[in-house]
Every structure is written in C-alpha cells, then in structure tokens.
Design a protein around this ligand. Structure first.
Ligand SMILES: Nc1nc2c(c(=O)[nH]1)N[C@H]1C(S)=C(S)[C@@H](COP(=O)(O)OP(=O)(O)OC[C@H]3O[C@@H](n4cnc5c(=O)[nH]c(N)nc54)[C@H](O)[C@@H]3O)O[C@H]1N2
Ligand SMILES: Nc1nc2c(c(=O)[nH]1)N[C@H]1C(S)=C(S)[C@@H](COP(=O)(O)OP(=O)(O)OC[C@H]3O[C@@H](n4cnc5c(=O)[nH]c(N)nc54)[C@H](O)[C@@H]3O)O[C@H]1N2
Ligand code: SF4
Ligand SMILES: [Mo]
Length: 687
C-alpha cells in the first residue's frame, strides 16, 4: 500500500469460489488488490481475474445516464425522473391491459443478495408475476432440481476447506483450474499430501493432464459411465450397504437399471476403455474420504437432472456423503449465483427455498410485502422467448444479464426480443441485449456498492463500496425501489443492511446472519439463529433434508443427446470457457491484461481432424450447425479428441450460441449447451 491509499475488504466479483481481498483505493480510483491471508478459502491466493478484477470498473464504456429509445430508434439520454416515470408508467399500463403474467423479470448472479431481494419483491409483490429467473437456469438448474430430490438440498454438500484432507478427488465436467482456480489450488494441496485424482472429461483439460486416471468420454454420455462405476462397485462388493440400508431409499430400483451397465456396455456407449473404468471405480469406492466435484459438463444437457441423480447415486452407494471431505459438490459459477438461487430468483419458490403454496409461508410474506405472492408457477427464462412469440409475455425487465449472447440459438431470442412491447435493461455496459431495449438504466458496479454475495460453499460474505460510481449510475436496488414507488409500492429501504435484515427475517436459512456478524468473516448457511456458527457440511451422519430424512436413489438410463454428429454435420461441438475471460465478455474483454492473453475467438480441433481438413493453428475456419455459422481461428490441440471441437461464448466476433441447440431438460428446463452437431470448413483467403 502506498501513502494516500485506503484498503477496503471485499469479495471477488468473478467466480463462485468467493475469494476475499482488499481493494487499494486512491483518489476515488481502484488501483490494485491485496489478498486476504486470513480468509478461509483464498488464504492469500488469487487468480489472474482476482488480481485484475477491478479494471472494468473504470472503463470509459460504462453506462452513465438513463436512456430511452426515441422515435428514430436511437437511445437518448434522459433524466432519472423521466426514465423512472416512463418505466413505471409502461409497466402499469401493460399490467392493466394484459395482467401481471404478461411481464417477466430476469435477476442477476452478478448482483448482490440485496439487489436480488428487492427485484424478487418487485416481481412478486409490486407487479404480481412469478416469471422470475436468472442465469442459474443455464447453469446449475439441474443441480438444484437433482440434489433437492436426491438429498433434500440443492447446494454443495461439503466445503472448500475440506478438500485438502480428501484421499480421492473425482472431477467431472469441471475445468477446475481454469474456472475455479483457487479451488483447484486446494486440490493441488490435497495431491501434494498424497490424494489421487480421477478426471472424467471429454477434453484433456489441465487437471486431466496431472490426473492419476483420465477417462475421456463422448460428450453427453455421463449417465453411462456413472452407472458403470456403480455396476463395478456393487458387483465387486465395494458398496457401503450399511449406509444404503440405514440412510437411503430406492436402491433396488436403481440397481435394476445400473446392473445393465457392465463395463463392456459402458465402453460401447462412452468410448472409455473398460479396464480404465474398472480401475477408476475401485479407486473412488475404496477410499475412506472421496469427494466428487462437477460443473457444466454434467449440468448443461437435456439429461442434466438425470446426470446429477446419477452422481448422487454414486456417492450414496459408497457412503461418501455426510462426512468431512466427501460429498457431491457442484461448483457454482457466478460470484452470487448461490445467493440469487437462495433468494428465489427462480419461478415457483420464495426466498429461502420456501413453498409459495404453503398458507403459513404466504401469510409470512404478505405481512411484510403487503400482498400475497402469486400462487402460480412462472416460466423459466429459457421458456420466455416462446412465450413472447405466442403473445403471452409482452414486457421483460432485465437486471444484469445478457441473454442475447448467453442463451442457446441466438436467432430465436433475437426474434422474440424484437417482438416485445417493452424491454428494460439495467446493466453497467452496453451489450447485445441493450440493443433491443426500450429503456437502458445505468447501474453501479461491484466496488461501488455495499451488500453481500453467497459463494459456492454457501458462505454469505460482504462486498463493500470503495469508490463512487460514474456520473449518474445508481445502485440496482435503488433503481428498482424507485420504479416500485412510482407503481404505488414503497419499500422504504435506505441502505443495503436494512434490505438484508428484511430478507434474513423471512428466510430461516439466513435468519441468524447479520452485517455485524459477517463484518470480518462470512458464515455458511443454514444459520438459523444469532448464536449459530453456520454449517460447513450438510447431511451429517446420513441425515438428509428429504421429508423422510433418507437419501433417495433414482434409476437413470443413458439417452442420446438431441443432436448427434452425422454425415452432414460430422463433429460434436462442445462449448465452455477459458480462464481469462468471462461469459459474454462485457467485463473481461474490457480488462486489457485479460484481453491480451486471449484476444480473439478460437476453435479447438484435434490434430488428426485438422490434418484431414488441411487446417493449421491460426487458419480461419467456418463452423456451421443447422442454426447458423461463425468464423474463428483454428487451434490445433490434443485437448480435444477426434470428432470433437470446442469453443467459447466469450466473443461477439464469433457468438457461439448462434450454433447451439435450443432443447431443454424436461425437469430443470436447462438447455443442451454441451452437445450440438457442426461441420467445419477452412476459409480460403483471397489471393
Ligand atoms: N474464467 C472463467 N471462470 C468462470 C466462468 C467464466 O466465464 N470464466 N464462469 C463461471 C460460471 S457461471 C460457471 S457455471 C463455471 C463453469 O465452469 P466449468 O463447468 O468448469 O466450465 P465449462 O468450460 O463450461 O465446462 C466444463 C467442462 O465440461 C467438459 N465437458 C464438455 N462436455 C461434457 C460432457 O458431456 N460431460 C462431461 N462430464 N464433461 C463435459 C468440458 O470439456 C469442460 O472441461 O465457471 C465459472 N468460472
Ligand atoms: N454456449 C454456451 N452458453 C452458455 C454457457 C456455456 O457453457 N456455453 N454457460 C451458461 C452459464 S453457466 C451462464 S452462468 C450464463 C451467463 O449468462 P449471463 O448472465 O447472461 O452472462 P454475463 O456475461 O455474465 O452477463 C452478466 C451481465 O451483467 C452485467 N453486470 C455486471 N455487474 C453488474 C451489476 O452490478 N449490475 C447490473 N445491473 N449489471 C451488471 C454485465 O455487464 C453483463 O452484461 O451463460 C450461459 N451460456
Ligand atoms: S478463483 Fe474466483 S473468486 Fe477467487 S480470485 Fe479467481 S475469480 Fe476471484
Ligand atoms: Mo454459470
């Protein structure tokens, strides 16, 4: 720290790991960060994004003034009064004309719990709609649906702190060292202490390169290998049948199905050599403490929920659950996606996973909100485009999401958004989605506002205002409260701590937490009372949160992804991320350190496929699916197997979701973002 600088302790804005550090502040500018050594997760370490996290905050492109689209179709600067009156007026008009169910609201896993709570109250009380959702739908919706049914609670079962004591770590569908780097560093610590690592991933990601066993399978065949593990474990007597008998139900039905998945059958579906499968299954089952980690490679499929059931089955069959350094651990993505889910920025729930049809719960919320919440279940965000096209939804209010880039089959969502009567977008930067907005509202960014984020291991932590926002940008909660007031509903919040107290009073899992208690260190929920220390791991001693207290096995079968490679589109396209960029790039591409590392779109392709196509690294290739084409540079690498190509959704120059398929998991309504079929052509340069 230099003279004239202040340090402000905060939580990282990027991923769900939830590292903490001090922001260095000089003359109302963020100038650097200093890691917090005492923080239980980051322990003085940060990844590149953490170190460079603050640069986007001062970028000149920040939205600075409210804007309304004029009769010429251009966004024009207006005063806050005018913008807020206009938004409230249009929303009331649409509500009067078509009813509250014609309005959908998207919240944000980038925003604080307080922002999202006010948004949820705005949607369910002021407007009266249950069409509330956020990016968890594209992410861990299948985790929440799956683990809630299997274990009674849809979150990470164990904590990051426990990783270094694990004996076996099984990672599948998580590129941990790129996407949750500080969690990967805990895994490295475990490996240094002798733990063994199994990675199941179609790509040779960095963790696969250092794994004791890497099983590389065909994308979309996870149920087969997981059932295969169970098959080997039960047949070889490695199952923990005491745990199964004492703490679970449904084993027999599950086994009826899993017994079909012999190593030979699994090899034919997945391409995993049977000897490797057997070795890995034995390794996982025979450890005393084995942890499963997974992310988008498991969840973003039409079988996403069934994939999660399968992993829960595997943990229960071996008794690797309800004890330290075990469990089924979904790595949540965004900084506050756990919090946004806890606050019911999803249809059909109320904050704290409470049931909106329970009369007691309804009365409790009505006492605070003044009205009862809707008793019907709203659309998922992935259903909203269709609902706009069939005329059911007329207006959308978006706080901090960029669906025109992050949702599958972009053309479809563009067409829908063109048909909206009214679209409000509240963001910190112009995006593809603001292009469709009738009103754009400038929000304050992380670093400029107070509040809390809840990280992947359910830890509620503070974020703090360190600098003033640019020009007329305002806090998200403030903007929504002002719109609500003009619609005749005054919440009366003056600062985020008041908002926190109201939401905590309504949510038993948060009710023991207050700003005072988390001033120095966050607390993992459930935390039911002010003297409760918080809960690092769930389901202690095999006590599940299901109605009968038992874990539930679900029988699941492999089904093919909706679109498989064929003669015309011979490659699997799987999509994801790189370590230095973030999603639709609105923030990370405005940080020059990150942009310098990976400045342009690329497509990973296997060396043998590249040879057949006459393509070398750096050549321009065109990738086409049945829905569209993008052009990008080829990156020839053995990270991908033959027949598989990989690309990211970070680059507007090659928006990969032009290609992805809009088919949903019937339970969780999450799209199949990990498998579609494409063809590849080399783009010949003009001589
Ligand atoms: N740098 C950076 N970090 C991030 C993010 C970011 O944008 N950038 N985003 C955050 C968010 S919101 C999220 S949700 C997480 C996502 O974190 P991850 O899920 O780790 O990231 P992805 O790249 O989407 O994909 C994960 C892995 O799935 C594998 N995979 C592909 N198809 C399959 C399959 O069919 N089965 C299996 N088992 N694996 C498959 C891919 O090869 C890849 O290694 O990252 C968070 N962290
Ligand atoms: N093909 C493909 N598509 C995917 C995925 C994939 O793996 N493959 N992954 C999916 C996943 S897991 C996720 S989580 C989604 C993410 O999808 P989105 O949430 O739509 O993507 P982001 O780019 O994170 O959008 C966040 C927006 O919030 C804005 N923002 C940041 N801070 C603030 C703030 O404080 N206030 C306000 N009002 N706005 C703010 C940012 O500028 C940005 O526009 O993408 C999904 N899409
Ligand atoms: S691991 Fe995640 S939370 Fe930690 S510094 Fe990196 S981006 Fe931030
Ligand atoms: Mo995500």
């Amino acid at each position: 720290m230099l003279p004239g600088e202040r340090l402000v302790l905060t939580t990282c804005v990027w991923c769900g790991t939830g590292c903490q550090f001090y922001l260095r502040v000089r003359d109302n500018r963020l100038v650097g960060v200093v890691p917090s050594r005492s923080h239980p997760i980051s322990r003085g370490r940060l990844c590149l994004k953490g170190w460079k996290s603050f640069q986007f905050v001062h970028h000149p492109d920040r939205l600075k003034y409210p804007m309304i689209r004029n009769s010429k179709g251009q966004l024009e600067r207006v005063s806050w009064e005018e913008a807020l009156d206009y938004v409230a007026g249009r929303l009331m008009e649409i509500k009067r004309k078509y009813g509250p169910e014609a309005i959908a609201v998207f919240g944000s896993a980038k925003c604080t719990n307080e922002d999202n709570y006010v948004l949820v109250r705005f949607a369910r009380a002021t407007i009266g709609t249950d069409h509330v959702d956020h990016c968890a739908r594209l992410c861990h919706a299948s985790t929440v649906a799956g683990l809630a049914r299997s274990f009674g609670s849809g979150a990470m079962t164990n904590s990051i702190d426990e990783i270094e004591d694990a004996e076996v770590i099984l990672i599948t569908g998580s590129n941990t060292s790129e996407q949750h780097p500080v969690i990967a560093s805990h895994m490295m610590r475990a490996l240094n202490r002798g733990a063994r690592l199994i990675v199941v991933d179609p790509r040779r990601i960095p963790m696969a390169r250092i794994a004791h066993i890497h099983l590389s399978h065909r994308p979309g065949t996870d149920i087969a290998w997981i059932n295969g593990f169970i098959n080997v474990i039960v047949n070889e007597g490695l199952a923990d049948m005491d745990f199964v008998r004492n703490h679970t139900t449904g084993f027999e039905e599950m086994w009826e199905v899993a017994k079909e998945y012999t190593p030979d059958v699994v090899e034919s579906i997945t391409g995993i050599p049977k000897e490797d499968l057997i070795r890995a299954a034995r390794m996982y089952a025979s450890a005393e403490k084995a942890m499963i980690f997974y992310a988008m490679g498991i969840t973003q499929h039409v079988t996403g929920t069934h994939n999660v059931f399968a992993l829960a089955n595997l943990a229960m069959v071996t008794g690797h659950i309800g004890k330290p350094s075990t469990g089924v651990n979904p790595l949540r993505g965004q900084n506050n996606v756990q919090g946004a889910s806890d606050l019911a920025v999803v249809p059909g729930k109320l904050p704290g996973y409470q049931d909106p049809t329970d009369p007691e719960v309804r009365r409790k919320f009505a006492r605070v909100w003044g009205v009862e919440p809707p008793a019907w279940k709203g659309f998922a965000s992935t259903q909203v485009s269709d609902a706009i096209m069939d005329g059911t939804v007329k207006a959308v209010y978006i706080m901090g999401e960029n669906p025109v880039r992050s949702h599958p089959d972009i053309r479809h969502i563009e067409e829908a958004f063109e048909n909206l009567e009214f679209l409000v977008v509240q963001d910190i930067f112009p995006t593809e989605t603001t292009k469709f907005a009738h009103v754009v509202l400038p929000a304050t960014a992380w670093g400029e506002k107070d509040g809390t984020f809840t990280n992947t291991d359910r830890r509620v932590q503070r974020v703090r205002r360190a600098v003033a926002p640019p020009a007329e940008a305002r806090d998200d909660w403030w903007i929504i409260q002002e719109v609500a007031r003009r619609m005749g509903d005054d919440y009366g919040f003056e600062d985020p701590s008041q908002i926190f107290d109201e939401m905590a009073s309504l949510m038993p899992i948060y009710s023991g937490i207050s700003y005072d208690r988390i001033e120095r260190e966050g607390i993992p929920w459930p935390c039911p009372s002010p003297d409760h220390p918080g809960t690092p791991y769930l389901h202690r001693d095999g006590k599940f949160n299901t109605p009968d207290g038992r874990g539930r096995f679900f029988p699941v079968r492999h089904v093919d992804p909706p679109e498989l490679p064929d003669e015309e589109y011979p490659f699997y396209l799987t999509t994801g991320r790189v370590g230095v960029h973030w999603h639709t790039g609105s923030m990370s591409r405005r940080i020059h350190y990150l942009e310098r590392e990976v400045p342009e779109p690329f497509v990973e392709i296997n060396p043998e496929d590249a040879r057949t196509l006459g393509v070398r690294t750096g050549d321009r290739i065109r990738v086409c699916s049945r829905r569209g084409c993008v052009e990008a540079k080829a990156l020839v690498t053995d990270t991908v197997s033959r027949g598989v190509v990989f690309s990211t959704f970070h680059f507007e120059e090659a928006p990969i979701n032009l290609l992805t398929i809009n088919v949903l998991d019937p339970i969780a309504l999450i799209p199949e973002l990990k498998v579609s079929a494409v063809r590849i052509e080399k783009v010949e340069r003009n001589a």
